[in-house]
Design a protein around this ligand. Sequence first.
Ligand code: 5GP
Length: 110
Amino acid sequence: MTLFEKITARQIPAKIVYETDDIIAFRDINPQAPTHVLVCPKLPLPKLSDAGAEHAEILGKCLLAVAEVARREGLVDYRVAINNGAGAGQSVFHLHLHLLGGRSLGWPPG
Ligand code: 5GP
């Protein structure tokens, strides 16, 4: 079981802010912005690069869930990030989208 499956199963506590049959979103334990939420498909796909055409619907749902959580958080400007692979900063190998907002976000990121 991945860490995020354990959060979904309530085996590990987390501040869950949104949940549907196939998506869960909860606050990051080490927030990098005033709002930092992780949006995950419950399907434990390790990385974005593991996704295929059969995942198009769940990937679309993840993006729409990010937008919904952002609305609920009162965010207008925000960043959505996916770290794909250890070399890109991925540390939990269960696909998730970072929603970051509530502070100025420069581009390109440092
Ligand atoms: P990644 O580095 O894989 O893109 O992002 C993983 C994120 O999961 C990190 O931002 C990290 O702070 C967060 N995280 C790691 N362990 C836990 C945990 O037990 N609970 C919560 N809520 N977030 C976690």
